[in-house]
Design a protein around this ligand. Structure first.
Ligand code: ADP
Length: 716
């Protein structure tokens, strides 16, 4: 049986070996037919643990998942890989639900995803009793436990369903977050023997954790985004107001970012989420309301602009980076003020005193994380109950080699000024006095007469502000609670003031480039995006970033070699192989160096054309178009397809270049597309294409939609 399992892994998913734990879970389910629990970190590869057994077992595997918005992507991904699957949840009409159920009864699907709420309906329970169900996968199984941070009462219905179902389906519980208490609950409620729990630990070796303290957060963020402008990332804030402020500030700086929080209406939220999933925008600024329902695999960084309320939230949110296994960063921008915000939010959220105490204790542990000198990953793992984890060697603590500067004198200046001002003020006012501001408030309070007035006038207000932030984050200064927190000197600070100890400060944190620039990767990304639009699925459902990177390394130029790329199974090879191979061939022809480098490992066909140019390929196309060549002419001259030439132009437009639309989109074309849009809408490209004449290609449709978008004044 295991040979067959390995074949499925290769044929459907394109992987040649299992990740830790996968094979054991699969064999538990398939060979031993034992109820099991699978505890793996996010991105560990839990889905395959029930998807492969579903392929082998007769009937339909039921997957219970609380994340409705995730279901469609999961089902799309399975269908794209050639596995028949469907879902039933509240997004469907009654009629649609009936159709899917009857198709399931006819044995059309190997997997059926359902939301736990479905199980409350006796009618639904009656229906599924008539299905052949060999396996029930309970995803996000921690939701069944009251000890979990995400308890869902509807998960309790699973027990009843199990009692009601005929046959004896195997149960597989899957989760990324299970403390021993939660794990016990899962086992007890789902009849799983403790010996059948497969746990691979919490470590995510592809994530590097970074702690950034005492820096101007906005400047850091801007630098970081600019350095990694093509990569997807989430920026989490603690409040809706802050999410609004940051997305607005980024927009002013010319960085287009999505926004997501509970204060927006459903439609707006959905639109922004879709744009992010479809890679139309790379950045999402959001509160913790965002993320539960998405499994976009190519998120390269998660930045917490403000500290979250506890380690559970932090690890869950940060863990949304790098689900595809590629290296990714999780950065926490710490400022002492954020502790006050979280405290305030806890006080607002509950009046139950013991609950408040519990939450404040969790907040304290979160602060400990922000002040630890040790390995950040190890801190997290210890928090989740792992015994003596090893240092990761890649977090900001493990790799910090920044130079230290003695800033004891400056620290004393700040502290003595603060004390002279009566310890009644916040950061900015103190900075104003230290930098010698003539601000009315400063003069009226008589602070221009203090001996410390203007003591740091060689520095900007911003620099002193940042320095005070640093002293607070290192606990030399403390902040009072309340609506207007004021600063005071802590015991640790007093030692410095008395000259008993000194203060050292590290140089500014450098932002790093996450992924090396690779022009071919960008080309393949564009091909992926085109396919995703045509099929109306998110790009990561077509191929993950890891798969595209592997294509860049292996440069496959024939179907057989394409199959050797990580993540390419037989179905996907048939569906997409040709387009990617063509793009790779064209690129290699234009960049003979790249080709030669890989010749040792690949058998390359002779190049179609050799016109080495320093200009990135899409800009070259644009230049030729601007010089007056038609798409057809320039595609011929460059020996690329018209579709590729079109995607180059679209890319240039998205980068801010303008074109004369009329040279491509005639009045007749536009009229035809308009008519088609009225008929089938503009969400899916495929039906649009089917409703216009054949010579109107995908890229012309995309270009026209883009033109309308710009004309309607939307931000591009
Ligand atoms: P989880 O549900 O545990 O968060 P997923 O099932 O979504 O994780 O898998 C995360 C990523 O790892 C996906 O891109 C998946 O295709 C990939 N993956 C799963 N199993 C393997 C494997 N054996 N080899 C390589 N990649 C894998």
């Amino acid at each position: 049986m295991l040979t067959k399992v390995r074949q499925d892994l290769q044929n459907y998913f394109g992987y040649s070996s299992f990740r830790p734990g996968q094979e054991k879970v699969i064999s538990n389910v398939l060979e031993k037919k034992r109820n099991s629990a699978c505890i793996m970190p996010t991105g560990g590869g839990k889905s395959i643990c029930y998807q492969i057994p579903a392929l082998q077992l007769p009937g339909t595997t039921l997957v219970i998942s609380p994340l409705i918005s995730l279901m469609k992507d999961q089902v799309d991904a399975l269908n794209v890989a050639g596995i028949p699957a469907s879902y039933i949840n509240s997004s469907l009409s009654y009629q649609e639900m009936r159709i899917r159920l009857s198709e399931t009864k006819q044995g059309r699907y190997k997997l059926l995803y359902i939301a736990p709420e479905r199980l409350q309906s006796p009618e639904f329970l009656q229906e599924i009793k008539q299905l052949e169900i060999p396996l029930i996968a309970v995803d996000e199984a921690h939701c069944i436990s009251q000890w979990g941070h995400d308890f869902r009462p509807s998960y309790m219905n699973i027990k009843e369903m199990l009692n009601a179902l005929p046959g004896d389906p195997v149960i597989l519980a899957l989760t990324a977050t299970a403390t021993p208490q939660v794990s016990d609950d899962i086992c007890r409620l789902l009849h799983i023997d403790a010996s059948q729990v497969v746990s691979t630990g919490f470590a995510r070796s592809n994530l590097s954790f970074q702690l950034v303290k005492g820096e101007d957060k906005m400047r850091y963020l801007e630098n970081y985004i600019k350095t990694n402008k093509d990569e997807s990332g989430i920026i989490y804030t603690a409040t809706r107001k802050e999410a609004d402020r940051i997305s607005q500030a980024l927009r002013i700086k010319g960085i287009r970012a999505g926004r997501y929080h509970a204060g927006m209406n459903d439609e707006e939220r959905l639109r922004e989420q879709e744009d992010f999933l479809q890679d139309n925008i790379t950045i999402m600024v959001a509160t913790s309301a965002f993320g539960m329902g998405i499994d976009k695999s190519n998120i390269r960084y998660v930045i917490h602009y403000q500290m979250p309320k506890d380690m559970e939230s932090y690890y869950q949110e940060a863990g949304r980076a790098g689900r595809d296994g590629a290296d990714s960063e999780c950065i926490l921008l710490y400022s002492a003020q954020d502790v006050q915000i979280q405290r305030f939010l806890i006080e607002q959220s509950t009046t139950n005193e013991s609950r408040q105490i519990q939450q404040l204790e969790k907040l304290r542990q979160m602060m400990d994380y922000c002040h630890t000198e040790g390995c950040l990953q190890a801190f997290i793992l210890r928090y989740f109950g792992e015994q003596s984890p090893e240092d990761c060697g890649q977090c900001s603590s493990c790799t910090d080699e920044r130079e230290l500067t003695d800033v004891t004198r400056e620290a004393q200046m700040v502290m003595s000024c603060l004390i002279r001002m009566g310890a009644r003020f916040g950061k900015t006012f103190i900075s104003q006095v230290l930098t010698g501001s003539r601000n009315k408030k400063v003069v009226e309070a008589g602070f221009d007469k203090l001996t410390t007035y203007g003591m740091m006038k060689d520095k900007s207000l911003q620099e002193v502000n940042e320095f005070i932030e640093f002293l607070t984050s290192e606990l030399y200064l403390g902040a009072t609670t309340g609506q207007y927190p004021t600063l005071y000197v802590t015991e640790k600070g007093k030692e410095v003031l008395l000259g008993k100890s000194g203060v050292e400060r590290k140089a500014r944190m450098q932002t790093s480039q996450l992924v090396e620039d690779d022009e071919l990767f960008n080309h393949l990304r564009a091909v992926r995006k085109s396919i995703a639009e045509e099929e109306n699925v998110p790009p990561f459902v077509v191929f993950s970033d890891v798969t595209l990177r592997d294509m860049c390394a292996k440069l496959p130029d024939n179907p057989q070699d394409f199959l050797n790329v990580k993540g390419v199974g037989e179905q996907k090879r048939q569906r997409y192989g040709e387009r990617f191979i063509e793009e790779i061939q064209t690129f290699c022809a234009e960049n003979p160096d790249r080709n030669r480098k890989s010749e040792a490992v690949m058998t390359s066909k002779p190049s179609k054309k050799r016109t080495p140019t320093d200009e990135p390929s899409h800009l070259e196309t644009y230049k030729m178009f601007q010089e007056g060549m038609s798409i057809k002419e320039l595609a011929e001259a460059r020996e690329i397809t018209e579709e590729t030439a079109g995607s180059h132009l679209l890319r240039c437009i998205s980068e801010g270049h303008s074109i004369d639309w009329e040279r491509i989109i005639t009045y007749q074309i536009e009229a035809q597309i308009k008519e088609a849009v009225e008929k089938v809408g503009k969400e899916k490209l495929k039906p649009l294409k089917e409703n216009v004449s054949e010579e109107i290609s995908y890229f012309i449709i995309k270009l026209t939609l883009e033109k309308w978008r710009q004309e309607s004044g939307q931000i591009v």
